[in-house]
Design a binder for this molecule. Sequence first.
Ligand SMILES: Cc1cc2nc3c(=O)[nH]c(=O)nc-3n(C[C@H](O)[C@H](O)[C@H](O)COP(=O)(O)OP(=O)(O)OC[C@H]3O[C@@H](n4cnc5c(N)ncnc54)[C@H](O)[C@@H]3O)c2cc1C
Length: 508
Amino acid sequence: MTAQVAGPAGESATWAVMNVVSTSARLPRVSLHAVSDTSVVVVGGGVSGLAAAWRLVQRAPGARVTVLEQSDRLGGDLRTDVLDADSGLVVDVGAEAMLARRPEALRLAEEVGLGDDLVHPATTRAAIWSRGALHPMPAGTVMGVPGDPSSLAGVLTPEEIAVVAREPALPAPPTHGDVDVASFVAGRMGQAVVDRLVEPLLGGVYAGHADRLSLQATMPVLWPAAVHGQSLLDTVRQHSVSSGSAGTAAGSSPAPVFAGIRGGVGRLVEALRDRLTEAGAEIRTRACAQVLRSGSTSGWQVELGPAGRGETLHPHAVVVALPARRAGRLLGDVSPDAGRLLGEVTTASMAVATFLLPGSVLDGHELSGFLVPPVEGLLVKGATFSSRKWEWVHEAARGQAVVRASIGRAGEEADLQVPDEVLLKRAADELSQILRRPIPARASLLTRWGGALPQYEVGHVERVEQVRGAVVELRGIAVAGASYDGVGIPACVASADLAVEKVLADLG
Ligand SMILES: Cc1cc2nc3c(=O)[nH]c(=O)nc-3n(C[C@H](O)[C@H](O)[C@H](O)COP(=O)(O)OP(=O)(O)OC[C@H]3O[C@@H](n4cnc5c(N)ncnc54)[C@H](O)[C@@H]3O)c2cc1C
């Protein structure tokens, strides 16, 4: 089952299209039962680990659940921060939206008591910066791949649009094996579609490049068309119609594509922490899992702290909810194959520059934000007008504008290796160039996300299958996180659910 959505996009709207495969249907659900005297350690206190711990306390009441988080802060890529101490304005500086067309994240938010605080964007109208102007983001694309040439005016030249329109007439030999997005899409629709539409979308979700990212993993909606040798344009068009993103029948309002949480998506972390603590789970920060090995009697040994000098836990089961390379390091002793495969997953670093500005800065821009194609040569790859997009931010900012710009793509880490003030100034200057007005920041925040986004490179789906194939042999061990079936929050939650089903099935 795929959960790709074509529709309006922006820096964060791109998060609609980042969910690869919903795996929750693959394993039989074990019956609810009390697993007393059973202990499970969840390694990693990001949303995947916390969601796994939450599912464990629900599915296995009586089990002792311990979450280990190496840093002093839970949440991983989910985080709120104070933008303006004077007014107490707190905003998301990591993930800020959840795909609402998948159930997992919203269900989790409801389960932990945030149901009344779920909100939807006030606007999802996004733009794309191309050839010196902001253009409306074409509707009904799949990750930037268009289904309607007529929607591309402005972003592409008439000649480039004509190439797209001719695509259905091209011979479409079936694809054997995964391919990179750039060569596949450019081969059928022209390089301009890759440069000006696909790259900014992929940059927004993965901070990655089309010439390395996997078509199969990042555009699963289009993968069957590639395999069967069908037209891309026709496939996207059909998908847009069936998903309702190409437009809705008169009188009906489209189901919202995104949701947020009043006060910030980062609140999901606090709510999970509180519910887990109430349910008796132990949550330990500054607890770095260094070594995983099989135990002599009850299952597994997890060593914390410096090898041989730290504490050793003896759980029956372990959910490894870590970024791929960290997971690979931990699993390497018990499964060299899983360790090696996970070690091959590369990552991208990025930074988020958040500004508090006079409200007039956004006058005339009724948008949720914009994306910038890399060919434009700017550092900023997209911006979200948070105070336009979220009513709660608008209210909290009391008439001021909150704008967040994202910076950084895979392989371009050098761009980020400058002082915070320099990055903030570059971001403000480029926002000023695009919005054609000064950006007099009243407050600003620079949040760095080193190695935070896994790159789903060519062969990713097969690699993940191999990792799961290796881990399936390890009774009581499962993996979860953004490195497997999708980087978005719902996909992370789904991977956590799947991991919990695996360890419960293993424990019998
Ligand atoms: C800037 C940014 C914006 C994003 N925006 C969105 C968005 O709007 N919508 C969306 O759906 N997704 C978004 N994402 C993606 C999404 O937030 C992430 O994919 C997801 O939060 C990853 O969660 P995770 O738990 O798998 O990993 P992480 O968040 O990386 O958590 C892993 C945790 O494990 C800890 N850890 C590492 N090693 C060890 C160890 N040895 N022992 C113990 N703990 C360890 C880390 O400290 C970390 O806390 C965004 C990501 C970024 C970086």
